[in-house]
Design a protein around this ligand. Structure first.
Ligand code: ADP
Ligand code: MG
Length: 360
């Protein structure tokens, strides 16, 4: 039984007589107590979907169930859901305590109980010593903690978070990423977390739905999406990928042989393929092995070093191979006399068959 179930949701907006389809047949099941992320580029419909879950927007068609209940005719304030926005949306004239207490007060929760619950929420996000301050007297990170406290004080079944960390600087964002996932584990509440930052989604989520142009391209755990992307969009949006087009030449018990501009390449991933089919092979830059010697073991591509980018932890090699640019990441720990390559050097790239994924 899902905490949130989205079934066949469509949503369009009309501006100046023209309708833009923003959500195009969304289906998702979000599990109880899961940290679930909606990941995609700006404009792909993440906020619109979140607003539909919260009840701020109605879908044109389709159904949203929360805790198994159809939300079609349930208004925002009666849904057991709270939202944390990117811009905090705190009341500027109220201090931290009163900001957090506001919802409880509106619901008529007795004062003593309000105090107790607010104190607990402030403690949970570790901001109790600022209870008397107004938002303008707080840093960005502290304000976002207050916004979180205000959401969790209602003890919702589901917490919706719309890019809550994106206004913060990198170091603080990393700290709060860790705190947020710990908080989610402690509370056991279902989190639906929106971000356009792939690394953030990979680090924090139990599962991720990758969205593109109003559709879910792929849904899965971080490792599944990273290791087994199903589309070119997922392969390139989550990290980098080398994409190699080709035609299926032969199916073997171990996999498939794909004819490419670099010669035949073997992949272990042949499920559903047929001979003659046009495919795109995808391989992550850190999965290719650069070699100097000429001993061919198959699945090798001849290439020339075009450029080397030093990024600290790793070196990124840009290579030319039969008119195609390929990228290889190599850990700096590996860079010794032997494994260091030079500009213009001719190399062999080994593409492990299990790392060559076939995209649809
Ligand atoms: P994201 O959060 O992924 O950046 P949004 O859901 O905010 O994307 O927006 C998706 C698309 O819908 C954008 O092209 C945006 O301009 C459009 N859009 C969102 N809300 C409205 C609205 N109220 N009226 C018209 N267009 C909208
Ligand atoms: Mg948005």
């Amino acid at each position: 039984d899902a905490a949130v179930s989205v079934q066949g949701v469509f949503k369009g907006f009309s501006t100046a007589g023209k309708v833009t389809q923003v959500l195009d047949d969304i289906d998702l099941d979000i599990r109880r107590g899961e940290f679930f992320s909606l990941l995609g580029p700006s404009g792909c419909g993440k906020t619109t979907l979140l607003r539909i879950l919260a009840g701020f927007e109605r879908p044109d068609s389709g159904t949203v169930l929360i805790g198994g209940r159809d939300m079609s005719s349930v208004p925002t304030h009666l849904r057991n859901v709270n939202t944390v926005f990117q811009n905090y949306a705190l009341f500027p004239h109220l201090n931290v305590h009163d900001n957090v207490a506001f919802g409880l007060k509106m619901k008529g929760v007795p004062i003593a109980q309000q105090r107790e619950r607010v104190a607990k929420a402030l403690e949970t996000v570790r901001i109790q010593e600022f209870a008397g301050r107004r938002p303008e007297q707080l840093s960005g990170g502290q304000r976002q903690r207050v916004a979180l406290a205000r959401a969790i004080v209602n003890e919702p079944e589901v917490l919706l978070l719309d890019e809550p960390l994106s206004a913060l600087d990198l170091k603080l964002r990393k700290e709060l990423q860790v705190e947020l996932s710990n908080l989610q584990e402690t509370l056991g509440i279902t989190f639906v977390f929106v971000t356009h930052d792939q690394e953030e989604a990979l680090v924090m989520s139990d599962r991720i739905a990758v969205m593109n142009r109003g559709r879910v391209e792929q849904l899965g755990r971080a490792e599944e999406l990273y290791e087994r992307p199903r589309t070119a969009f997922v392969a390139t949006f989550l990290g980098s990928s080398n994409l190699i087009p080709g035609t299926v030449q032969e199916l073997t018990p171990e996999g498939a042989v794909v004819r490419t501009v670099h010669g035949p390449l073997t992949t272990r991933h042949s499920a559903g393929l047929r001979v003659g089919q046009e495919v795109v092979l995808s391989i992550r830059p850190e999965k290719l092995r650069m070699e100097r010697d000429d001993e061919t073991e198959g699945n090798e591509v001849r290439a020339r070093v075009d450029d080397i980018v030093y990024t600290g932890a790793e070196n990124q090699y840009l290579l030319q191979a039969s008119g195609q640019q390929l990228v290889v990441f190599q850990l700096n720990a590996d860079i010794g006399a032997d494994e260091d390559f030079d500009y213009d050097e001719e190399v062999a790239l080994y593409l492990p068959p299990e790392s060559l994924v076939v995209l649809g």
